[in-house]
Design a protein around this ligand. Structure first.
Ligand code: AGP
Length: 616
């Protein structure tokens, strides 16, 4: 979860690298650094902390560079410090790295036995030494790749410069993302497309065990075995201004407010205009093939796992097929029972989460049909899937996932409808009615966003809560989990989500006057089971209230009974069962956002976290 960037070309290297690192800072921000090569030397600038500090440090660096590399770090080996900051330089080699070298300790012993001095606590520096040993033995960068990578175990992406080949950058990829931005008058290397999008939309994604020699006018892509690859140049459909804050104080608030548009674009790309016909573009499997599946397995992490839990409700209700949901980090260790009649779905906003990618590979080894639901076109998880479902949320920069979550839910809803139609458990008219509900949703979301000021004010009074519990029943339970994750990850307050019915089996022991319980209770009218659910949630609310806990209820507009029982109430538009998770998510996001702002937290880059967890 570090951000790496390289540039070789005619533009000012310092600004290209610093701007790129600012776009990558959400991947990690413990320390940062840049190395610039001019005609005489390599100049190294490294700081503990943010890119802004690095920019200050480089203010005087006005020389003309020929090539440069940069890095923003999420510490894995070694504390956040200047000594451990990248780039690492030894001998002829200057290197930045994203990933983890699992056998770095034995390699470190080996090179120190050769008399080499290791200056940092990082695994990355060891790789720089290994490359330098090869260069000192008169190998070229290209020749060094095979021998060095043959010694490494783990996931990595490197970008490095050699004093012996000053006009080239070497990019090496195995298990962590690395792409080439093909520009006019120069070429870029980066962990993520955000870093280069303002310069070029022409992107070449490197695959595992590939490396690229990147000059200012040409790139050469090869496999580790030396076989040259004809690079596939993708032209992305994201615009550069989508990666700015557009006047919002934080990316997270911008992305919360982008949800109606994200939903509209996601629908437009999956439903034929006019005919309102569900296409679910990207699902390569035919209805006949979909009809052969006897189980669905959904695997993800974090917020994407919460989306998977909602997807289970949709698919089991509309397609009457059993759904298993797993954390990706657990999936591989339970020896999942999958085969060619399993539809395996992997959900990942970034498309780069290492645990989810590893789980996808496991499912394919077990002959399951592997589909993915991602927000980044061309990401690693997408490229290794049999089918790719795309959310059209646009770039999501804030570490706390918001618009990706609700657009994930919309695609899962469409997938459930498609499976229901393919399996004959949904009639055409039923599917049309359900599809119409989703089409109405962007308008309802806009109304819920109108709660922002109320929630902003409300959080001032709730700030003193030392413990937050979120509870919901049925399809609202995953939303309770998501609300708790949003709050904890950006405010650092202790927050947990539970099924409302579980409170009396332990969590209620935590309730006291210093606690706030967020109660989700917005079941649609007319469905007796869900109306009963409402009665049970009200009972759970009373149990909390009887023990002095504060209640923040999120329910349907006009539910005066629920409002009367609560210390604070947020009313959302009445909606169907299927739409309620999307509608209820927005108050959860806004609650977390405004609480974090009032606590003075770094909303877009919360401590200890990164946007894309590319290590297992
Ligand atoms: C969500 O707000 C967190 N940033 C985190 O839990 C995230 O959902 C998780 O790391 C999965 O990321 P992915 O969707 O990119 O795979």
């Amino acid at each position: 979860m570090c951000g790496i960037i390289g540039y070789v070309g005619q533009q000012g290297h310092r600004e290209v690298l610093l701007d790129g690192l600012e776009r990558l800072e959400y991947r990690g921000y413990d320390s940062a650094g840049v190395a610039l090569r001019d005609h005489e030397a390599v100049h190294l600038f490294r700081v503990k902390g943010r890119i802004a500090t690095l920019r200050e440090r480089m203010a005087g660096a006005n020389f003309t560079a020929r090539a440069g590399i940069g890095h923003t770090r999420w510490a894995t080996h070694g504390a956040a410090s200047v000594r451990n900051a990248h780039p690492h330089r030894t001998g002829n080699i200057t290197l930045v790295h994203n990933g983890i070298i699992e056998n770095f300790a034995e390699l470190k012993n080996e090179i120190t036995a050769l008399g080499r001095v290791v200056k940092s606590d990082t695994d990355s520096e060891i790789v720089a030494h290994l490359f330098d040993i090869e260069i000192q033995n008169n190998k070229s960068l290209e020749e060094a790749v095979q021998s060095v990578t043959g010694r490494l175990r783990g996931a990595y992406a490197f970008v490095l410069m050699s004093d012996k080949e000053p006009d080239f950058l070497l990019g090496v990829r195995n298990g962590a993302p690395l792409l080439v931005g093909v520009g006019e008058g120069g070429n870029y290397l980066a962990s993520d497309v955000q870093a280069v999008l303002s310069h070029t939309k022409k992107i070449v994604y490197l695959e595992d065990k590939e490396f690229v020699l990147c000059g200012d006018k040409q790139i050469t892509v090869k496999r580790y075995d030396g076989r040259e690859i004809v690079p596939v140049v993708n032209t992305l459909n994201w615009s550069a201004d989508e990666i700015g804050r557009s006047g919002y104080p934080h990316y997270m608030l911008k992305e919360i407010h982008e949800q109606p548009m994200g939903l509209t674009r996601t629908l437009a790309s999956n439903v034929q205009k006019g005919k309102k016909k569900l296409t679910l573009s990207g699902l390569e499997a035919t209805d006949a093939k979909l009809g052969t599946f006897n189980k669905v397995s959904i695997v993800a992490c974090g917020t994407s796992w919460h989306a998977a839990l909602v997807g289970k409700f949709y698919i089991e209700r509309f397609a009457k097929i059993p759904v298993e949901v797993d954390y990706a980090s657990e999936f591989r260790y339970r020896e999942p029972v999958l085969d060619e009649r399993t539809l395996s779905l992997f959900i990942s906003q970034s498309g780069e989460t290492a645990d989810t990618l590893a789980a996808l590979r496991e499912a394919k080894d077990r002959r399951a049909y592997a589909a993915s639901l991602v927000n980044v076109q061309g990401s690693s998880i997408a490229r290794e899937s049999n089918s790719v479902l795309l959310t059209q949320a646009g770039p999501e920069i804030g570490v706390a996932s918001t618009k990706a979550f609700t657009t994930q839910l919309s695609v899962l809803y469409l997938l459930a409808l498609r499976l229901g139609r393919a399996r004959g458990t949904l009639s055409s008219s039923q599917a049309d009615t359900l599809l119409a509900e989703l089409s109405e949703l962007p308008f309802q979301m806009e109304r819920v966003l109108g709660l922002s000021d109320n929630i902003d004010k409300l959080t001032h009074t709730l700030l003193r809560s030392k413990l937050w519990l979120f509870m919901g029943r049925g399809i609202h339970y995953p939303v309770a989990l998501e609300g708790a994750l949003k709050l904890k990850e950006i405010t650092y307050l202790h927050a947990e989500g539970y099924p409302a019915g579980e409170m009396k089996h332990g969590p209620i022991a935590l309730i006291d006057r210093a606690s706030t319980t967020v109660v989700l209770c917005a079941p649609p009218e007319g469905e007796s089971l869900l109306t009963q659910m409402r009665e049970k949630v009200l009972s759970n609310l009373m149990e909390v209230k009887a023990r002095g806990g504060k209640i923040l209820a999120v329910g349907s507009e006009g539910d005066t009974e629920l409002q009367g029982l609560s210390d604070a109430f947020l009313g959302v538009p009445r909606c169907s069962w299927g739409m309620s998770p999307l509608v209820l998510s927005i108050p959860m996001q806004l609650l977390a956002y405004y609480t974090a702002v009032h606590l003075g937290r770094d909303v877009d880059k919360p401590r200890n976290l990164a946007k894309s967890v590319t290590v297992e």
